[in-house]
Design a protein around this ligand. Sequence first.
Ligand SMILES: N[C@@H](CCC(=O)N[C@@H](CS)C(=O)NCC(=O)O)C(=O)O
Length: 224
Amino acid sequence: MAENEGKVKLLGCRASPFSRRVEMALKLKGIPYEYLEEGLPNKSPLLLELNPIHKKVPVLVHNDKILPESHLILEYIDQTWSNNPILPQDPYEKAMARFWAKFIDEQILTVGFRSLVRAEKGREAAIEEAREKFAFLEKEVTRKNFFGGKTIGFVDMVAGSIIPFCLARLWEGMRIDVIPEDEFPELNRWIKNLKDIESMRECIPHREKQIEHMMKVSERYKLT
Ligand SMILES: N[C@@H](CCC(=O)N[C@@H](CS)C(=O)NCC(=O)O)C(=O)O
């Protein structure tokens, strides 16, 4: 059997940005897959069996191969199905795509979520901190359709799943605009470009449900 043949299954959670980005990659490449929804925080025996170390979604199953961790899954998908490339070919650009993806997961997600929900130093200081981080992304996407250039790529999937389709819903629930159009015109333009792509639109979680979910998570988070 060729590398890119056979069955693909995805264990995910609708509200999880990490699962959303894997669906983005599968849809962009036109790979048929079976989707299994995990009802977090209750974990199925299958998830515990497939990802015993982290016990998290997403997990991709391709024939007999089991793969956790969204960045690794995106790379695996890209290398296994060569149409519509996700990562750049150039070694420097590829390394930098990984750099930005790591920055988004490690820093944007934390300032956009934790610092605003907990706001230990106050709401204004938290918003300021988040905007300082967003300024790096604003610069990076300037004069480009996407972080990946003319077409959508690795960083767009990582950033897209986190910013407009996850954090922005939390901020909507909190009634704050962390990336106002006048201060971040390029990021706002990028969000519009992203929503224009059908395979991306198909991955956007239901707005009201996502806002409700993010507000519930933030309430729980305040207590931990
Ligand atoms: N680094 C992981 C993060 C995955 C992750 O945090 N998944 C969350 C859902 S958004 C999860 O499964 N949480 C369950 C838990 O933490 O117990 C990735 O990129 O795939």
